[in-house]
Unconditional design. Structure first.
Length: 94
């Protein structure tokens, strides 16, 4: 980590990729698409710590794991009902 021209803490793209746990090219793709804010400096990119923190927060919110809230008994009943409907639909097609 080092300080950019405005005194803010910045990291290069490889360091940001390591911190995010992704390949350098993935971080580069996020920069090119505008998902990860960076400044092109010479032949590389600088990413502020603030931009990196924001991106990590947004990414964590998106990558939450789905946990079904439906009761297993209700889910099974709805599945059985769906299967009956599919069987009836197959009969109509013949």
């Amino acid at each position: 980590m080092f300080r950019g021209h405005d005194g803010a803490a910045v990291v290069n793209l490889k360091t940001a990729a390591r911190r995010l746990g992704v390949h350098y090219q993935t971080a580069y793709r996020w920069v090119r698409s505008g998902q990860l804010v960076a400044v092109k400096v010479g032949s590389g990119y600088e990413i502020s710590e603030a931009a990196l923190d924001r991106f990590e927060t947004q990414r964590a919110a998106i990558e939450r794991t789905f946990v079904p809230a439906m009761d297993a008994r209700v889910r099974e009943e709805q599945y059985r009902s769906w299967k009956r409907a599919v069987e009836r639909a197959r009969d109509w097609a013949t």
